[in-house]
Design a protein around this ligand. Structure first.
Ligand code: ADE
Ligand code: ZN
Length: 333
């Protein structure tokens, strides 16, 4: 099954580019930028990765990205991820970036997005992997800062396919960003947001995302299963769910494999993704293998997960169809 998954044409829709910063690159960037890391080795960095919930993970995640300072840093970060993804036969990726995690420490938006954009173009030309950017707002910052970031993004509108919402969900419900999302929609952005797993008020946040924000997709969203009316709304609107099994295992009590099985059986457009692979130690291949092991997934299940993913991408129809045809050819072969 690992080989079958290896050859499967794959799609990644829930991936924080800052969460792909591997310790090796952290060291390289620290050296380049004259930053003294409080660790002597890659192993020491990895050993310091201890988290058991979302806030404890986020603390390490934000600290880690302090080495990202220049346009080439962001280029190298994205290029390293795209190389890894291409090696796993990820054919297409939608990549989150957190501009406020950089502008809040004095790193300009322009430099962040130029580095990422340049990597996406080079990766498509050199590696044949296509990718688009989704700009996330940090929900534990004020809505006004998100709005200012949205306005700052407008000159780069053509480089960003949609907006998302991430960081600490506790006390930061979707409706806090209602005006920001309304403006983002007016500007032509597609809309997604995290409804992280097992949060305080998870089901209410999912309801707000669907009914009050009108999202086009939900990141995680596993707790929707607790409320039949949410399941029905997700099915009726055909909303995709970008679920991250290995990540779930770190920040909640389990991978939520049984929930993913139920979502598949309910015919929901559930997908498997890696979230922050440098921290959660698994890219999309490892996530699919872990889930296949836990659930004894069939080849048909795995193909269905990727069919869901290509179907809910924010690509034009003809490109979706081209990837789906590739997937069908693999499944038939
Ligand atoms: N930012 C990066 N990874 C995240 C996650 N899993 N949940 C919320 N915000 C994040
Ligand atoms: Zn995430």
């Amino acid at each position: 099954m690992t080989d079958f998954i290896g050859g499967l044409p794959k799609c990644e829709l829930h991936l924080h580019i800052e969460g792909t910063l591997e310790p090796e690159l952290k060291f390289e960037l620290a050296g380049r930028n004259g930053i003294d890391l409080p660790y002597a080795s890659v192993e020491e960095i990895r050993a310091a990765y201890s988290f058991d919930d979302l806030p404890s993970f986020l603390k390490i995640y934000y600290e880690g990205m302090d080495v990202l300072r220049t346009e080439p840093d962001f280029y190298d970060l994205a290029m390293a991820y795209l190389r890894k993804a291409a090696s796993q036969n990820v054919r297409y990726a939608e990549i989150f970036f957190d501009p406020q995690a950089h502008t809040s420490r004095g790193v300009p938006f322009d430099l962040v997005i130029r580095g990422l954009r340049r990597a996406l173009i080079d990766a498509e030309n050199q590696l044949g992997i296509r990718a688009q950017l989704i700009m996330c707002f940090l929900r534990d910052f004020q809505a006004e800062y998100a709005m200012a970031t949205l306005l700052e993004s407008l000159p780069y509108r053509e480089w960003i396919v949609g907006v998302g919402l991430d960081s600490d969900e506790k006390g930061n419900p979707p409706v806090k960003f209602k005006a920001v999302y309304e403006r983002a929609r007016q500007e032509g952005y597609l809309l997604t947001m995290h409804c992280d797993v097992d949060q305080e008020n998870s089901t209410e946040h999912i309801r707000q995302a669907i009914e009050e924000i009108g999202v086009n997709r939900i990141d995680h969203g596993v707790n929707a299963l607790e409320d039949p009316s949410l399941v029905e709304a997700i099915r009726e609107k055909g909303l995709g769910l970008t679920v991250c099994p290995i990540s779930n295992g770190y920040v909640t009590d389990s991978m939520k494999a049984d929930a993913i099985r139920r979502m598949l059986d309910l015919g929901l457009r559930v997908t498997v993704n890696s979230d922050d692979p440098a921290y959660f130690t698994g890219y999309v291949q490892e996530n699919l293998v872990a889930l296949a092991d836990a659930l004894q997934l069939s080849r048909e299940d795995l193909v269905q997960l990727e069919r869901n993913a290509f179907e809910i991408t924010w690509l034009p129809r003809h490109l979706k169809d081209a990837y789906l045809a590739e997937l069908d050819a693999y499944a038939a072969g």
